[in-house]
Design a protein around this ligand. Sequence first.
Ligand code: WQD
Length: 370
Amino acid sequence: MSKQVPRILLTGGAGYIGSHTFVKLRQAGIEPVILDNFANSHPAVIERLARITGAPVCLERGDVLDRAFVEDVLRRHAPAGVIHLAGDKAVGESVAHPLKYFRGNIAGAISLLEAMEAVYLPVGPLGPPTLVFSSTATVYGDAGTGPIAEDFPRRHSNPYGHTKLVIEDMLEAVQAARPEWRIGVLRYFNPVGAHPSALIGEDPTGTPNNLMPYLTQVAIGRRSHLRIFGGDYPTPDGTGVRDYIHIEDLADGHVAALRTLQRTGESFTVNLGTGRGYSVLEVVNAFVDATGCPVPYRIVERRPGDVAQCYADPSRAMQLLGWEAKRTLEQMCADAWRWQSRNPQGYASGMASAASSQATEKENGLLVIG
Ligand code: WQD
């Protein structure tokens, strides 16, 4: 690998957001090293990333909670920065198993930050500690009806959102204590869709919590119908309104965030959304129009914890990062459907390809696959 290519550590890089970000980083001339324990992702992703990008993937298989392991990975690969995506993100699961979320997300972030402090401070040839952190619009709680800006009050409404809020506060304290840190906090709205190749996409474990993967499983016949949670919200058609953003736009946002940190050295927090809210029924109709697939649905009672509306004011991301979402709801639906229809069981559909991938076991557990 060329020494000139800057490296980035991508924790959770085999996951839905991580895998799409991996492709965009490589296309931007940045070499990502994936750190993943496959707790929330599938090993088959690695070989598919190699196929999409045409080069072997550098994988460090392990847990971000293992600080010694993370520090060793940082010292061996000497990345110019870290994009931290590893963690759990199912709202419902976080209510049922809060300690799993507090430990995995918060202790995992602490482990990574301590390892980064040990490696990048005092600032040496590697440059200052540079971190892009995956946060979420859930930190805003119920923000009423208008577009949400970054200075809106934060309020957690479930343990998952609470962990992201605590980590944001930790990052603020770390920054205050050591101004050398360069930190970009990205608050995701609702990522949906898949890479146009349909080699990678969203592959939730078990019953999907989120709308789009549930919808595509109905369309492919794995589920009988979509339950629409609530038809009596104060919205144009009574169903919940969200800011759906194409995963490719979201991944572009990570590259723009990293480049901005490296260019300006200034930390920031931005929303990654389109600024346009769509109701559940609008998404269903857009999906049917884009794919021609019927989607049987039934409107049922509201889901506890849901808010009526949640969509972004994305103007700060444009001002600071020069980034804005470009892809349409129709493209989100078409790409989500292409992924699902070519991978009816998600990555499990392609077990053969995973088994056939040539993994070269290197010393210290480093796998190079593809
Ligand atoms: C969207 C809309 C539902 C499923 C969550 C997390 C957030 C982020 C994205 C991580 C709502 C409705 C859903 C279904 C439905 N995750 N719906 N039937 O709740 O806005 O956000 O996922 O960062 O942090 O909170 O996304 O896709 O679950 O719901 O009617 O089977 O679809 O009521 O209006 P949500 P969602």
